[in-house]
Design a protein around this ligand. Structure first.
Ligand SMILES: [Zn+2]
Length: 561
């Protein structure tokens, strides 16, 4: 088994802030023919650009110190760059590649996307492997290696700490496929952590270097990290056990964003999420969001087509994360029955009151990043699909949804096919032809109507009945495009809208201090904006319920007498 060595040397300025990372990777190749791909480099992840390495920015040499020529080919949608070699390389040849990662420049108005790019944060740097490492291609990348990650902190201040998904400290080793590095997260600088470093030691990294759970941040977030760390440290092992996973390793990274973005992203055995001083999130929304992100570590559908950017299967991954982020806290007793039903109702409302609910799954991808509610469809529709399925399996005394999901997780862990057809055949074995009918109906945007006693799947002797009600559709009150236009002003405000009623006016200048739409989308939540008007000195803070006056068919759980 080969060794794959990654050496990371952060370079600091005179104030001790990390500026760039010099990277050296050394490994013995399985052998390559001329024109084979040696490295894969992700260029974009959603709207986030990565390092954009070229042949000029990397240096590749063999064991005799001789340079090996490379050329690049960008893939069709310009999301990946292949580094191909100009001559044959014998199997076993030791290759050394050197390059430098620099943080991306961001401002308040940088577009929100997944937290992957190398970015500066309070004197430190953090980012996901896919954004700044060259990932070895097939034969080198997908074979188990003894991966050694070394941080050279010789020029760092004594309080500098370094961590990656596999652990903390100057030398971390793990037996894994090098390709997994793309889904690992790395951070260096004045890091704080949960569990905290216990003693002031000359080796600041020592106390947590081998612990299974760790949560890290460079800037202090506006929420209680001790409290959150404790909760996650308890919850995550419970969830791992639930999904049949014996491994303990799990790392959470928190980033502060200058720009308006508080997204999260699942990683290899962990996740990263961001907060922004521009708009704080409600505490209960942070919890719900984190549960969702954590679930992503286990159930994931294999990709039907092209790769991770394909959103065609998004309903499965987002739907199951929405499902378990609701069910598990109730099952584990951290949520009461009333809290459970309240949140269940919010999710059901979201599904029925989405103004774009008739968009079919096949059209979701093209419209995902456009203004409107299409990007909520995979979450809401997928959730309803799994709720309906859990019920059908339950009342026909078949294997439970949990069992089927665990089977999918096992297939994925064993690197066996776990795409949509495998999933449908598992369901078909239990329910027959209904499996494909329900899937097709869901894909075609046919409304999912749940049975009135669906709550009994999770609540013994449930007295909750799902009843039809009329509810207001989501409605901001003005075109969502206003938020991203240049200049950002309110134009086309619905004069009868709740926004207008609350005091918003056409011509108001939109500051970046407004709520997150994904949060405003949650049934009872209001939306707050800070706008500037005319030459008035103080901005107006305006809050309203972002809902139309018009009501549509929906359902809610009501306690029966
Ligand atoms: Zn998700």
């Amino acid at each position: 088994m080969g060794v794959f060595n990654v050496k990371l040397q952060p370079v600091f300025d005179t104030e001790g802030a990390a500026q760039v990372i010099d990277i050296t990777m050394v490994f013995n190749t399985a052998g390559k023919k001329k024109d084979d791909i040696l490295f894969d480099h992700t260029l974009m992840r959603a709207v986030v650009p990565t390092m954009q390495y070229t042949t000029e920015s990397i240096q590749l040499i063999d064991s005799h110190n001789l340079a090996i020529g490379l050329y690049t080919v960008d893939t069709k949608r310009n999301t990946h760059r292949e580094f191909r070699i100009e001559k044959d390389i014998l199997a076993g040849e030791e290759l050394t590649v050197k390059f430098q990662a620099t943080p991306r420049h961001v401002t308040e108005s940088t577009r929100c996307g997944p937290q992957v790019a190398i970015e500066k944060d309070n004197g430190g740097l953090s980012g996901a492997g896919l954004a700044f490492l060259l990932i070895p291609a097939t034969a080198d990348g997908d074979v188990l290696h003894d991966i050694v990650i070394e941080w050279d902190l010789s020029s760092a201040s004594p309080t500098t700490r370094a961590v990656c998904t596999f652990g903390e400290g100057q030398r971390v080793s793990v037996r894994e496929k090098p390709s997994v590095l793309s889904e690992c997260f790395f951070a260096v600088g004045p890091l704080k952590s949960y569990p905290p470093v216990v003693a002031a030691d000359t080796e600041p990294a020592a106390p947590t270097s081998h612990s299974a759970f760790g949560m890290y941040w460079l800037s202090d977030p506006p929420f209680d990290t001790d409290d959150l760390g404790q909760q996650l440290n308890k919850l995550i092992p419970q969830m791992a056990r639930f999904f049949g996973d014996d491994e303990q390793l799990f790392r959470v990274f928190i980033r502060r964003n200058e720009y308006k973005c508080a997204s999260g992203r699942g990683l290899h055995r962990g996740f990263v999420f961001a907060w922004t001083p521009l708009s704080p999130k409600d505490e209960d929304m942070v919890q719900d969001f984190l549960m969702h992100e954590i679930v992503h570590n286990w159930p994931r559908l294999g990709f039907t087509t092209g790769g991770p950017e394909d959103l065609i299967d998004g309903w499965f991954n987002e739907g199951i994360a929405e499902y378990y982020s609701l069910i598990l806290p109730y099952l584990f007793g951290t949520m009461t029955e009333d809290q459970f039903i309240e949140r269940f109702n919010w999710r059901i409302s979201g599904y029925y009151t989405n103004t774009d609910r008739t968009v079919k799954n096949k059209d979701v991808q093209d419209r995902f990043w456009l203004p409107g509610r299409v990007h909520r469809i995979p979450y809401q529709r997928g959730f309803m699909y799994f709720v309906q399925l859990a019920y059908k399996l339950h009342i026909s005394n078949k294997r439970s949804l949990d069992e089927l999901i665990r089977e999918m997780i096992k297939l994925r862990a064993a690197d066996k096919p776990h795409g949509i057809n495998i999933w449908l055949s598992l369901v078909e074995r239990e329910l027959g032809s209904i499996a494909r009918d329900d899937y097709n109906d869901m894909s075609e945007a046919k409304p999912i109507i749940l049975h009135s006693d669906v709550a009994k799947v999770w609540i013994l002797n449930s007295n909750w009945r799902l009843e039809p009600v009329k509810q207001e559709e989501f409605c901001l009150g003005f075109p969502e495009e206003n938020l991203s236009a240049e200049p950002r002003v309110i134009a086309g405000l619905g004069w009868k809208s709740r926004a207008a009623e609350a005091g918003l006016r056409d011509g108001d200048r939109i500051t970046l201090r407004y709520g997150f739409l994904t949060e405003a989308d949650v049934w009872p939540k209001s939306f707050t904006m800070n706008v500037e008007r005319g030459d008035e000195k103080t901005p107006h803070e305006i809050t309203w319920w972002p809902r139309s006056w018009h009501k549509v068919e929906s359902y809610q759980f009501i306690r029966s007498a």
